[in-house]
Design a binder for this molecule. Structure first.
Ligand code: ZN
Length: 274
């Protein structure tokens, strides 16, 4: 049985709710944190600082700002633009009062994944001093290889650890998402390595449904699919991570239902984790 002191929910999980409604409803249900997506801040319309203040006023922590990255491009000038964009996102996170920006690193059709990974490392490296000055951490989120075409050339914990090792900066670490990493037979060992280096920065949970109907928007609630979320959570804890457990679910099915009822299901599933 899990208490709710480590439970955080991504604003996109209950997309039909605006940020204020999400913050109010999460807090009333006993949820402790919220991870804030850029589009939700834009829709709230008050700017980043006021958004962070509103959320904290509701009694919630802002766990992270989602998302930066997309460092890859065929053209060098586009890669420079991406670095500028990431610096802007880092500034927004600082205004919001979020300690961490999650990086979806990018991949570009027309160039190899090796080339994309090289560009990702260069882009991250070029953004890190800005992040350090702003007091913001950057978390590389390896994505499931089904997204290697155009979303991320970083697909495993092994690759994420390698980039962190190569760059070697205290503000750079990893965001572990069960949806993206559950299939990997290196997962437990790489979590251990990341833990020893103090670079597990955040942890995302949901489930992989048996035969999802959509590559993006058919994620399941924990316990609904094939991922042993409790086991991965134990590995993450054993590796020394004690931060928020962030529920991040994109689901056309759940977005169509009553969001209050859905929030109840999420909390019930979270409490059932062993
Ligand atoms: Zn995630």
């Amino acid at each position: 049985m899990s208490d709710l002191s480590k439970l955080c929910i991504h604003s996109v999980t209950t997309k039909p709710w605006g940020l204020r409604e999400a913050a109010t409803k999460y807090a009333a249900a006993g949820v402790s944190g919220i991870s804030v997506w850029q589009d939700a801040v834009a829709a709230y319309g008050e700017g980043h600082k006021a958004t962070g203040d509103m959320i904290r006023g509701e009694g919630l922590d802002v766990a992270c700002y989602v998302r930066g990255g997309f460092f890859t491009a065929l053209d060098g000038s586009d890669r420079l633009k991406a670095i500028d964009e990431n610096k802007r996102i880092i500034d927004e996170a600082a205004e919001l009062g979020a300690p961490l920006v999650v990086l979806v690193c990018g991949a570009t059709p027309g160039q190899s994944l090796f080339e994309s990974r090289k560009q990702i490392a260069e882009g991250i490296e070029a953004s890190l001093s800005h992040a350090e000055v702003a007091g913001i951490k950057l978390g590389i989120e390896p994505l499931h290889p089904m997204y290697a075409d155009s979303r991320s050339a970083v697909n495993t914990m092994t690759q994420s650890n390698a980039i962190c090792e190569e760059i070697g900066h205290a503000n750079l670490g990893i965001t572990v998402d069960v949806f993206h990493t559950w299939w990997d037979d290196r997962l437990e060992a790489e979590l251990k390595i990341a833990g020893e280096k103090g670079r597990i920065f955040s942890f995302h949970i949901c489930d992989w449904k048996n035969l999802p109907e959509d590559m993006l928007n058919d994620r399941g609630i924990m316990g609904e699919g094939v991922i042993n979320v409790s086991q991965i959570r134990r590995w993450v804890h054993d590796a020394g991570f004690s931060g928020y457990e962030e529920v991040e679910i994109f689901s056309n099915k759940y977005w169509a239902m009553d969001q209050g009822e859905y929030l109840g299901k999420i909390i019930e599933a979270y409490q059932a984790l062993s």
